[in-house]
Design a protein around this ligand. Structure first.
Ligand code: TYM
Length: 329
């Protein structure tokens, strides 16, 4: 049995990118592994959320996770800031992370470009905190989308560096928990690339069917292909990428053939896409609405999760302190 750690920032509700990037097949994943699912509220601080909204955002992600099918009896589901051991290990790991490598990280460069007025040290050391989340449970597998590939590579580097520096074989070097052959990137429907909260182009698990239909209808298309078997432009390929994760292979094949024969009707494709997205999200949405009302349940679940996570994290902290030479008098 392997240990799996999965994290989602508390910056809004879960969207299709999170669901298919990090949670796909999680029922199988949580049955076969020792899983830790958490809400990365410390990571969300890099963009200075309003304290009035922080708790609500955490609650939304916790609710969405549970509604998506995470079983709190089977897995640990917890809030990052409820586990203070994470902050301690983060401090220790920071001593072995270097300015040059952190400043070169793509996510840092992108954030620095997006928020030039707030390039805080937490942004720079973001990958160290993420590595900490993973290695504190000595995880071997991390389900992530394509956008987190570099962070995972850095996690391996930090784990390896720690082991080499202290001459131990302590932290495993975690790899991606792949759902298929490669890491997935769910695109937005606006033709701009990745579906993401900060991109403002998400279809949320929480969206009602009308909203989903509206969003899909608005997706960028064109006049249609001009020659048989032509290469699809990015914004059309994006529709097919989403279709591939929500629809059955024969549906995908049907529209591929229509495209290849220049017979595709985007109206039909969009209707199909919306209806298949709704089939995935509707049952989750219903559960979200139920769970959201039940504060007692959310309290119980987050306490239980924090307890499980702290048990595992405090064992690691104790061992790491020992490896690093801390001794009590
Ligand atoms: P975050 O909150 O941006 O996204 C959470 C998870 O969803 C995946 N994801 C996507 N996958 C495919 N297509 C998309 N459009 C898409 N958008 C998001 C992400 O790859 C991720 O798996 N740094 C992380 C949070 C984190 C974490 C961790 C993850 C902190 N510590 C430890 C795993 C393990 C982040 O910002 O993800």
């Amino acid at each position: 049995m392997e240990t799996v750690v999965s994290g989602i920032r508390s910056t809004g509700n879960l969207h299709l990118g999170n669901y298919f990037g990090a949670l796909r097949n999680f029922i199988k994943m949580q049955k076969e592994n020792n899983c830790f699912f958490f809400i990365a509220d410390l990571h969300s601080l890099t963009t200075h959320p309003d304290p009035k909204h922080l708790h609500e955002n955490v609650k939304n992600v916790l609710t969405d996770y549970l509604a998506a099918g995470i079983d709190p009896e089977e897995s640990a589901i917890f809030i990052q800031s409820d586990v203070p051991e994470v902050s301690e290990l983060y401090l220790l790991m920071n001593m072995h992370a270097y300015m040059g490598e952190l400043a070169k990280t793509s996510s840092f460069k992108e954030k620095a470009r997006k928020q030039p007025e707030n390039i805080n040290a937490g942004l720079l050391t973001y990958p160290v905190l993420m590595a900490t989340d993973i290695i504190i449970h000595k995880a071997n597998k991390v389900p992530v989308g394509k956008d987190q590939e570099q962070h995972l590579e850095m996690t391996r580097r930090f784990a390896r560096r720690f082991n080499n520096f202290y001459g131990v074989d302590y932290f495993p070097e975690p790899t991606a928990y792949n759902f298929g052959s490669e890491l997935i990137k769910i695109p937005g429907l606006d033709g701009t690339g990745k579906m993401g909260k900060s991109e403002g182009n998400c279809i949320y698990l929480m969206d009602d069917p009308k909203e989903i239909e509206k969003k899909v209808k608005k997706a960028l298309t064109d006049q249609g292909p001009e020659s048989m078997n032509s290469i699809k432009p990015d914004y059309i390929e994006n529709l097919f990428t989403i279709l591939k994760v929500v629809s059955t292979p024969d549906v995908v094949q049907f529209y591929e053939e229509k495209w290849n024969k220049c017979e595709i009707r985007y109206g039909d494709l969009k209707k199909q896409l919306a209806s298949d997205i709704i089939a995935v999200t509707s049952p989750i949405r219903e559960r979200i609405l139920e769970i959201k009302k039940d504060d007692d349940y959310l309290r119980k679940v987050s306490r239980m999760g924090a307890e499980k996570a702290r048990e595992s994290a405090s064992k690691t902290i104790k061992e790491v302190r020992d490896i690093m030479g801390f001794k009590s008098f």
